[in-house]
Design a protein around this ligand. Structure first.
Ligand SMILES: NC(=O)c1ccc[n+]([C@@H]2O[C@H](COP(=O)([O-])OP(=O)(O)OC[C@H]3O[C@@H](n4cnc5c(N)ncnc54)[C@H](OP(=O)(O)O)[C@@H]3O)[C@@H](O)[C@H]2O)c1
Length: 247
């Protein structure tokens, strides 16, 4: 049984309908947090994530909010606070990449990566901060590609995740005196629909790793729950690789 270390806390997770975000929602709810989470297009799956968390004894609430839209992100923060009476933990997970040579990227693909992976994170943090108090937690889901790129086709995605690393580092200085931590988890390959462990790129990715397997959503979620919890108050401004020894 999972320890209920987050009892009484409220969390907002962006992009909780699938993949890593869905795992984070399940884990935080299992630890006793009230969890609101956003989705853009996967309504049914978001409802399933919420139902599963509730059936497991937790509290979860799906909010439609497209991270491409500033107002949606702001409204998701407001909806979380209205429903649960406050906000303690923000997890910026929504994101993704288009992986191809830079001269093949369209303006729309570049804008989407910049907006969802970077701008929406800034907006979510800006809108959440008035509600976060002593003990508040901000956890960003970056990528090990912020610092390691053994393969071509990752450059703009890597740039967006590098921006998150810089944001994390810089903001820690602004938030430390307020008792709020901010950290950036940088996963290596994790088995999700976006990057399946049996997908066409898997064997190539494994050549850059020390483990002989991808990470799991549960492993990333466990790290997030630790950073969200009371034992992690001295960790801030950190870019933490969880990557199977990706080089
Ligand atoms: N999987 C990996 O190997 C890996 C490695 C390093 C870092 N990461 C990072 O981890 C995060 C999650 O990745 P994942 O593999 O779990 O991806 P995924 O399986 O594709 O899931 C992405 C999630 O983000 C949501 N999302 C995407 N665009 C959105 C938007 N505009 N507004 C709101 N929500 C949006 C999706 O919701 P809808 O379906 O509703 O649109 C979905 O819930 C991303 O930031 C990714 O860059 C992943």
């Amino acid at each position: 049984m999972t320890a209920r270390t987050l009892e009484g806390k409220t969390a907002l997770v962006t992009g909780g309908s699938r993949g890593i975000g869905a795992g984070i929602v399940a884990r935080l709810a299992a630890e006793g947090a009230n969890v609101a989470f956003t989705y853009a297009s996967s309504k049914q799956r978001a409802e399933s994530v919420a139902s599963a968390a509730i059936e497991a004894g937790g509290i979860a609430h799906a909010i439609h909010a497209d991270s491409m839209r500033e107002q949606d992100v702001a409204d998701a923060v407001t909806a979380t606070v209205d429903r649960f009476g406050g906000l303690d933990i923000l997890v910026n997970n929504a994101g993704g990449g288009v992986f191809k040579a830079i001269e093949d990227l369209t303006m729309a693909e570049i804008d989407t990566m910049l907006t969802v992976n970077v701008r929406s994170v800034v907006v979510a943090i800006r809108e959440s901060l008035p509600h976060l108090g002593e003990g508040g937690r901000i956890i960003n889901i970056g990528s090990v590609n912020a610092v390691r790129n053994p393969f071509p086709g990752l450059s703009v995605y890597a740039m967006t995740k590098g921006a998150i690393a810089s944001l994390t580092n810089g903001l820690a200085k602004e938030l430390g005196a307020r008792g709020i931590t901010i950290n950036n988890l940088q996963p290596g390959p994790v088995d999700t629909e976006a990057n399946p462990a049996d997908g066409p790129n898997a064997s190539n990715l494994l050549t850059a790793m020390s483990t002989d397997r991808f990470g799991t959503v549960a492993e990333i979620s466990a790290f997030v729950s630790y950073l969200a919890g009371p034992d992690a108050g001295y960790i801030t401004g950190a870019n933490l690789n969880i990557d199977g020894g990706f080089v």
